[in-house]
Design a protein around this ligand. Sequence first.
Ligand code: ADP
Ligand code: MG
Ligand code: MG
Length: 250
Amino acid sequence: MLEIKNLHVKLEEEDKAILKGVDLTVEAGKVHAIMGPNGSGKSTLSYVLSGRDGYEVTDGSATLEGEDVLGLEPEERAAAGLFLAFQYPVEIPGVGNMTFLRSAVNAQRKARGQEEMSSSDFLKEIRAKAKDLQIGQEMLKRPVNVGFSGGEKKRNEILQMAMLEPRLCILDETDSGLDVDAMKLVAEGVNALRSPDRGFLVITHYQRLLDHIVPDVVHIMSNGRIVKTGGPELAREVEANGYADFKETV
Ligand code: ADP
Ligand code: MG
Ligand code: MG
């Protein structure tokens, strides 16, 4: 589904290479986790896939179901089925959460050549999904993320993800700053979205999220490259021994 080959990325403003040949394939139906020390390039990988400014791809490729994603505008990437949940979700003052989601869902349907969702279908769907994430009516009406607690923002992102039905979901440090209960809710929300036609890339510094979202494959990133790939046991190895072992393999 997602195929990254020999991806090299540098900062646009300076001659600083950050990704130095990333190779990664995420299959439909699978959850891949990327772990790694701070500064290893995990967020840069998610930013580059989302099309954020400030980075330059100097070599390699990234395709989503055969389509070159690096050549698409950010909104085209979303229409192609890419969804990114970030460590720091944006606040949008003045725009109600439900209104925002409705236009996001309909913009995406339009880009996919589908009809708009009727108000009543939309309401039915968002209420059901919000309930699973313990998001109340009041939170659906408030401006997007404004004054939300850390846990509320993360649950809200999972709601966005559930409503947009992406093909490939990337979660960058979605667990950071969450207490155990909020993290479990987020994990349950993600697990509910696991399906044979959807892939996940879960980026996390710590193993604890992976106790709840059990990955099929775990990759360790260090110094801009994937240096080791294994099963869930690799995450437990990191928990026990830290990243020192992997730094030496670079
Ligand atoms: P991680 O998410 O694994 O902690 P990042 O992708 O955030 O790593 O960062 C990788 C490296 O690139 C770090 O050394 C970081 O300082 C550097 N970096 C990333 N973005 C920028 C930027 N906009 N300006 C300067 N340095 C950056
Ligand atoms: Mg970091
Ligand atoms: Mg990061």
